[in-house]
Structure formats: C-alpha cells, structure tokens
Design a binder for this molecule. Sequence first.
Ligand code: THU
Length: 132
Amino acid sequence: MELLEAARDVRARAYAPYSKFKVGAAVRSTTGAVYVGCNVENVAYPEGTCAEAGAIAAMIAAGDSAIAEVAVIADSPAPVPPCGGCRQKLAEFAQGDVKVVMATTAGKVLETTVADLLPGAFGADHMAGTAK
Ligand code: THU
C-alpha cells in the first residue's frame, strides 16, 4: 500500500476528543515494512502522544529500526509538519535525506526531508567521549 494511504487509513482510528485534530502517520522501514500510528490524546493533556511517535513505537516493537520514508496526514488548511519532539524522534531512526511526505485530507501534499525539518540535530555523535 502506498505510504500516504496507510497514514490516511490509520488516521480514521485516531483518538483526539480534545483537540478534534486527528493525525495519521506511517513509516516505511529499510526492510520495506510499513508501520502506522495515530495521535492518542489523554484527559491529562500533556500525556497525549503524536501519530509519528505511535508509528515509531510500532516499528521498534516489531524489531525493526531504520526509517526509509515518512508520511503524515491531517485535516488541515496546509500539510502538517511533525512537531519539534517528533522531529527529534524521527532523527533517531532516519538519515537526514529520508523523505517526509506531509499531506492534507483534501489532497495538498508537501515533501521535505528529516534534515530540513531538523537542521543541526542533536545526535549520538555529540555524545562521543562521554564517560562510559
Ligand atoms: N499531532 C500529531 O499527532 N502529529 C503532528 O505532526 C502534529 C500534531 C497531534 C498532537 C495532538 O493530539 C493534536 O495533533 C493537536 O496538536
């Protein structure tokens, strides 16, 4: 299935009773497998989780680890970019040149990359030389 279609499908199952803003995300790993996630809100608002975080968690739970492409979709006037926290989460498992496809349910599509979303990312290299 096309990655964006997978994100669109899972968006229908998003749990967003507070913001009413349903988001679907899908990641394809370097193995070709597709993992999906939706936002899951909570009455204690900060405890909610983003769609991208759900898709990444599904990938890791399946024993997979490297992201090859990302898709995110929401009902928004413009394609929704991953939030700051999700940019860092994506950067943990995706090279900078990995494509991120952002879309609206009305059909607008914008493409970018993980590096464009998070230039100068904090990464494992910065931890080199720390105490073992
Ligand atoms: N949200 C996501 O799931 N992913 C994004 O990329 C942007 C925002 C969710 C979080 C919250 O449940 C709702 O959208 C409104 O911020």
